[in-house]
Design a protein around this ligand. Sequence first.
Ligand SMILES: *[C@@H]1O[C@H](CO)[C@@H](O)[C@H](O)[C@H]1NC(C)=O
Ligand SMILES: *[C@@H]1O[C@H](CO)[C@@H](O)[C@H](O)[C@H]1NC(C)=O
Ligand SMILES: *[C@@H]1O[C@H](CO)[C@@H](O)[C@H](O)[C@H]1NC(C)=O
Ligand SMILES: *[C@@H]1O[C@H](CO)[C@@H](O)[C@H](O)[C@H]1NC(C)=O
Ligand SMILES: *[C@@H]1O[C@H](CO)[C@@H](O)[C@H](O)[C@H]1NC(C)=O
Ligand SMILES: *[C@@H]1O[C@H](CO)[C@@H](O)[C@H](O)[C@H]1NC(C)=O
Ligand SMILES: *[C@@H]1O[C@H](CO)[C@@H](O)[C@H](O)[C@H]1NC(C)=O
Ligand SMILES: *[C@@H]1O[C@H](CO)[C@@H](O)[C@H](O)[C@H]1NC(C)=O
Ligand SMILES: *[C@@H]1O[C@H](CO)[C@@H](O)[C@H](O)[C@H]1NC(C)=O
Ligand SMILES: *[C@@H]1O[C@H](CO)[C@@H](O)[C@H](O)[C@H]1NC(C)=O
Length: 874
Amino acid sequence: MAFITCLTVVSLLVSPITSSPVDPSHVDPADILKRDPVPAGYQSPPYYPTPKGGWVSDWAEAYAKAYDVVSNMTLAEKINMTTGTGIFMGPCVGQTGSAERFGIPNICLMDSPLGIRNTDHNTAFPPGITVGATFDKDLMYARGVALGEEARGKGVNVLMGPVVAPLGRKPRGGRNWEGFGADPSLQAIGAAQTIKGMQSTGVIATLKHFIGYEQEEDRMSSIITQGYSSNIDDRTLHELYLWPFAEGVKAGVGSVMIAYNDVNGSACSQNSKLINGVLKDELGFQGFVVTDWLAQIGGVSSALAGLDMSMPGDGAVPLFGDSYWGSDLSKSVLNGTVPLDRLNDMVTRIVATWFKFGQDKDFPLPNFSSNTLDRTGEIYPGALFSPIGIVNQYVNVQANHNIVARAVARDAITLLKNDHNILPLKRNDSLKVFGTDAGGNPDGINSCSDHGCDKGVLVEGWGSGTSRLPYLITPQDAIANRSSNAKFYITDTFPSDVTANSNDVAVVFINSDSGENYITVEGNPGDRTVSGLYAWHNGDELVQAAAEKFSKVVVVVHTVGPIILEKWIDLPSVKSVVFAHLPGQEAGNSLVDVLFGDYSPSGHLPYTIPRNESDYPKSVGLINQPFGQIQDTFTEGLYIDYRHFQSANITPRYPFGHGLSYTTFNITEPTLSVITPLDSEYPAARPAKNATPTYSDVIPPPSEVAWPKTNFTRIWRYLYPYLDNPSAAAKTNSTSYPYPSGYSTIPKPAPRAGGAEGGNPALWDIAYSVNVTVRNTGSRPGKAVAQLYVELPSSLALDTPRLQLRQFEKTRTLAPGQSEVVTMELTRKDLSVWDVVVQDWKAPVGGEGVKIWVGQSVGDLSVVCEVGGECGSA
Ligand SMILES: *[C@@H]1O[C@H](CO)[C@@H](O)[C@H](O)[C@H]1NC(C)=O
Ligand SMILES: *[C@@H]1O[C@H](CO)[C@@H](O)[C@H](O)[C@H]1NC(C)=O
Ligand SMILES: *[C@@H]1O[C@H](CO)[C@@H](O)[C@H](O)[C@H]1NC(C)=O
Ligand SMILES: *[C@@H]1O[C@H](CO)[C@@H](O)[C@H](O)[C@H]1NC(C)=O
Ligand SMILES: *[C@@H]1O[C@H](CO)[C@@H](O)[C@H](O)[C@H]1NC(C)=O
Ligand SMILES: *[C@@H]1O[C@H](CO)[C@@H](O)[C@H](O)[C@H]1NC(C)=O
Ligand SMILES: *[C@@H]1O[C@H](CO)[C@@H](O)[C@H](O)[C@H]1NC(C)=O
Ligand SMILES: *[C@@H]1O[C@H](CO)[C@@H](O)[C@H](O)[C@H]1NC(C)=O
Ligand SMILES: *[C@@H]1O[C@H](CO)[C@@H](O)[C@H](O)[C@H]1NC(C)=O
Ligand SMILES: *[C@@H]1O[C@H](CO)[C@@H](O)[C@H](O)[C@H]1NC(C)=O
């Protein structure tokens, strides 16, 4: 995240208090600082030292180049690479210091996962949840490429996406829409495709937020409050929340952002088990780890725990010109408390990543300012006195990306119900269109900062995961353009004077919004606290009123996640329901493409739609409490979303993966080929690590961080690596530092589950390949999605969800009668469970007892293969 005004910084710092119904004058500071104990059994063990980067052969060339540079860097240049220059201290939401002697500029980091934030002439793509609903790997990749091209064109080195945490554990969670859906494999595939696409353009992707970040309220720790603790057992961490991070690291992601919250009572920004142990050792991550904005709460502690970059660089109170790192990290290195080789590893990781994506060659400098849209302005708005200059060059980076933006939005559209084939509409159907969600925002398309309002058609959630709209095609515009006979009632109160003819089709638009915690919209502080899982603005009443008057009602829903449809879904006149998710700038065009039948809908639900909110496990509700630290314990374990509904035997309203078409498909002729037999429980032994760079361990002379004497204009409040009295810092005795318990500088033995980026490469051996034939059995062209779910045998002696999505494939457009053979591959890891005792992935030997199901949703599985047995219809 990041923000655009000083006011939002202040509101962010105080929001943990103001969001609770407590009179601040009665607050005892001792109560605020009190920590509720982490439940028995949950703990975050120490894991030191940080494993060094550079041992993976894919990165060898980049590390060799980085070594050549870093070995020549002064201490000041090294510190510059690790620390942001301060909030509002440059064009981007965050930038590091520079090392001009080596051609390394201030490295620019920018939001967001759906487009370049707070600028102009950019594309506002559909967000993650919409991308997930396409179930289309090619579109996932193509959108990633387009995002990367736009970032590069603006001079953004690091574009902060994709999002895979939140994973979607809590249906009311505010930022679920930034990720791809409530399933680890869907998140993993969405993220890997996005990363590969983005990074193919030379832009560094950021996989975020690591980890267990499942609600907005009380997420942040600060000097006055404790962010919540997500208490997650080891198996659940591995099989659900870590899964997409592992696949993203395997895809070569260049950076990972840590989350605000704690895990097992230890802040993610300085949790050594998570960063050193899980991410850098087990997953073999070679890039750099960056904080979320102002998530750092300690200097030495975070350095030792494996953090590599502090953003935006500020300390406990932003804009005061101090930092947990910057000059303080200079001190910690000079006094020996932070080992020089830890600093060298931080810097090598950052510089190697910069080389890996070719940013040393012809990478543009930022040509925009995320602080203002004016041509000229303050170059450092956070400074006391800033120089003024040209800050915006208005570079148009949109190219033809509207095409992929529209294709994603269109192919995500999910048809839940279509009685009597009311859809598609005809051009001359008599349409009566209702709801403000069909129209525009009367105050202007970008009138609410970071989309912090719900006015007009909902095309993005709110917060830092947004971008400004270059234009917006509303449903009203697009329908008016396509239909010869449409009347619009852009109101959320059903008009009393509407006359209904028997042939009329009423099209009712409703929505449900959510976003990030630093903005509250209509009482919802990010999470859907007040609105719950119901349509906003009396949308349910609007549908009911239309259904009373008209006999043919089509409901179009723009939503961040599941909503409860029970108030109207079974009314006889509600014939069709369309989820258009969050479509971005091409909202109207993508919708009419489907409503009027130019394309059949081909989206599928990236989450379950329940009948009642009480059908979810109790433990996935939001937690809010005035004092102490929220202990959010993931007691439901692996049983979230459809995994829960299946095990609790609750039939939802619509299952995960559901989505109809204007045609019909059948899936037949399953075949299964064994590729690499699972001839042992555990994968083959991991490869050893290659050598990592070694530098001189002589602590540099303090003079390397003295203020420059010539040609230097200091910007007040800007964060520098320099010290007033560097030699004083060098005189302290490092052995007197109270290191965390378990601290060590002796490397741990390489974990057996590791061995390459993502983990042991043998985990990605293809175990089985499954073919099915997908045939269009209806009378219109369309695309189908084949979804593959695995059922693991009870012989693994672990309580495992009955069905888990592991693969999917979307067909090309099939004409009536036409078919396509779809091939889906399963890795060893896809069939494994995490063995907490052995600390490795365990598979059923020979695949004994494994069943592989393929169908069009988790509730509609038409074929099954038993490994070692038959394949046939289910
Ligand atoms: C959290 O605690 C659980 C229970 O002790 C443990 O299995 C798990 O590994 C811990 N996770 C982290 C990241 O510390
Ligand atoms: C680093 O220093 C070595 C030895 O002085 C020199 O050969 C090399 O060119 C330098 N590399 C860079 C990138 O400055
Ligand atoms: C550190 O970065 C700042 C900001 O970009 C720059 O002014 C300064 O010269 C850099 N220091 C060194 C030693 O390169
Ligand atoms: C070294 O400096 C750091 C940063 O100021 C400080 O936190 C730490 O306590 C110092 N170490 C010693 C032994 O004084
Ligand atoms: C801004 O971007 C354009 C196009 O990518 C590039 O030609 C130009 O050099 C950039 N401006 C700066 C200051 O680097
Ligand atoms: C609508 O158009 C179709 C042809 O596309 C025509 O058959 C039908 O009669 C028209 N209906 C009306 C009410 O004009
Ligand atoms: C300082 O800047 C001036 C003018 O840009 C330049 O001529 C001079 O060489 C610089 N001095 C140093 C020590 O870099
Ligand atoms: C540093 O402190 C430790 C313990 O306080 C002491 O044993 C050691 O002699 C000191 N070393 C120096 C160089 O002062
Ligand atoms: C599966 O389909 C692929 C082409 O899609 C084909 O090459 C392969 O032979 C098929 N395998 C089986 C077992 O039918
Ligand atoms: C699938 O569709 C084909 C073509 O319509 C038909 O022959 C076949 O019986 C169908 N199979 C199933 C299992 O519905």
